[in-house]
Design a binder for this molecule. Structure first.
Ligand code: ADP
Ligand code: MG
Length: 503
């Protein structure tokens, strides 16, 4: 397990006219539960379907319809709670949160208020400088999503699409533990990674499966928490950081001009990079919360929770620790490899295939395999803007190349060339090596002939070598590598050259 370094990190202070300010951030993340049907109805949840094609009578709030809890969504929430090291509340309650909005046909949202399904937890956040910070989780509760107003379908009218109405969301509320936009961004990335490992949310921010409300306040170091503003529905990590930067500056300017901050809900405008006031902050009592009389309190058993716990996959922190300890992979590469579940899966399939082909133990091949994947494969995938799933080289195909390099059939530099060819053509390593005659020349006779030829053609350099300038050997190596098109076995070549040059 990762060690929790500090819960309240060292503040990175912001400079104002009156001195230093500390930034305080807490996030409410809305994560759409991965589930084929909605939280209280059997309607489908596919993204991008024809408007109003996935709406049951419950989602449209027809009179007399009764919600029925979707057990799979409950399981997903419990799984998520366990994944963020949180306390699972065996008893939780669904409440009605009342408000009027055209895309909310019932006039209330079913949510959890005083008794959420998941209590306090912890997420270990990886910062760009390699350090780890722990951010507290306040709670996680289940709630329904609302529908969507469509303002762009008609010049005068607004239409309503209820496909999203009733879809299960997990609202994951952090403590006000973050101290910079960078930390808040890293927190969202890590949370997203964990959710994707768990399979409880696809984390797709463009499609709105993961969106966050960002609470920002500033204070003089050592003071109590300042008044916060909440920036609604930020749907990318970049916007989140820009919103925090703008909002913290704005608050410092206001306070320094003697104007207190009003607690309010603000909107981020990506076009201008600014935030603007949307409404004054509503209080919980404005929503007239009360337990939904149509739903029983949700009662779980410790056994049920234990059964879910037993099915949890290895999560990124544990995987990273194992890659470092058992495969002896350096922290940087281990961290890059676990950042996406698909990358980690690819890497593990690759390293297992290499071990099988070469019969070598994992700890001896881990680091070199990590280098190949992180540097070569991710390098070229990033350049081409492709995700790992779109890699033209499968884990097994890459393992066959790695095995050819490890058993000396081809040299390291040749392996790089073969890799590029595999990536471009999808051909397999052995075929490329065969076709292009790239097998490493380890035949002493053949190499000797090349060495003799280069020595005979370069008397001046031979003289320099014999006069004590031993570095000139790299010149000979270069010449012979060129003649052999990189196929000369470097160890053997070195040995032969030294012998001949000295002789
Ligand atoms: P609400 O729904 O009223 O916004 P929640 O309890 O759901 O209330 O969320 C409050 C969020 O605001 C939490 O993420 C919390 O960490 C954060 N927060 C609370 N106080 C501050 C503060 N002074 N500065 C920044 N964030 C804060
Ligand atoms: Mg809020």
């Amino acid at each position: 397990m990762v060690e929790a370094v500090s819960i309240v990190p060292t503040p990175a202070l912001l400079k104002g006219e009156t001195g230093d300010w500390e930034l305080v951030i807490g996030l409410e993340v809305h994560a759409q539960v991965t589930s084929n049907s909605k939280l209280f109805s059997g309607a489908a949840t596919d993204f991008g379907s024809e408007p109003n094609s996935q709406v049951s009578l419950v989602d449209a709030a027809f009179p007399g319809m009764l919600p029925v809890i979707n057990e799979f969504c409950v399981e997903q929430a419990v799984r998520t709670g366990l994944g963020i090291e949180a306390e699972i509340n065996l008893r939780s309650v669904f409440d009605r949160k009342n408000y009027f909005y055209p895309d909310l046909p019932a006039g209330y949202q079913i949510s959890q208020y005083k008794q959420p399904i998941v209590g306090e937890g912890m997420v270990h956040v990886d910062l760009p400088d390699g350090s780890v910070r722990s951010v507290g989780i306040e709670r996680l509760h289940l709630e329904q999503d609302a529908g969507k107003s469509l303002h762009d379908q008609h010049p005068k009218n607004t239409y309503v699409d209820l496909n999203r109405s009733g879809i299960a969301l997990m609202e994951i509320v952090s403590k006000p533990d973050m101290r910079s936009g960078e930390e808040a961004g890293a927190y969202v990335r890590k949370l997203r990674t964990i959710l994707r490992y768990l399979g409880t949310c696809d984390g797709n921010m463009e499609q709105g499966s993961l969106r966050c409300d960002v609470n920002v306040s500033v204070r003089k170091p050592g003071d109590k928490l300042g008044t916060r503003c909440e920036i609604k529905n930020v749907n990318s990590v970049r916007y989140l950081q820009q919103a925090v930067d703008y909002e913290s500056r704005r608050q410092i300017e206001e306070l320094e001009a003697g104007r207190p901050i009003k607690q309010e809900t603000r909107l981020y405008d990506a076009n201008t990079g600014t935030t603007r006031s949307m409404r004054s902050k509503e209080e919980a009592h404005d929503y007239r919360y009360f337990p939904d009389p149509d739903l029983q309190p949700l009662q779980l058993t410790a056994d049920y929770v234990a059964r879910i716990k037993a099915t949890l996959p290895e999560l990124p922190d544990a995987k990273r620790a194992r890659l470092e300890s058992e495969l002896r992979i350096a922290p940087y590469q281990a961290r890059v490899l676990v950042a996406e579940k698909e990358s980690a899966d690819y890497f593990e399939a690759f390293v297992a295939a290499v071990a099988k082909r070469t019969g070598k133990p994992l700890q001896d091949i881990g680091q070199d395999c990590a280098n190949v994947v992180v540097t070569e494969l991710f390098g070229i995938l990033n350049k081409e803007g492709k995700p790992i799933e779109a890699s033209p080289i499968s884990a097994d195909a890459l393992a066959s190349l790695q095995a050819l390099k490890m058993d000396g059939t081809i040299s390291g530099p040749t392996a790089k060339k073969v890799f590029e060819e595999m990536f471009a053509t999808g051909k397999d390593a052995a075929a490329i090596v065969e076709e292009k005659g790239l097998k490493q020349v380890s035949d002493t006779g053949a190499l000797e002939a090349l060495v003799d030829k280069v020595i005979a053609e370069n008397p001046k350099q031979v003289e320099q070598f014999r006069g004590g300038k031993e570095t000139v050997i790299t010149f000979f190596i270069g010449q012979i590598m060129k003649l052999s098109r990189g196929t000369a076995n470097p160890g053997l070549l070195n040995e032969l050259l030294k012998k001949k040059l000295q002789g």
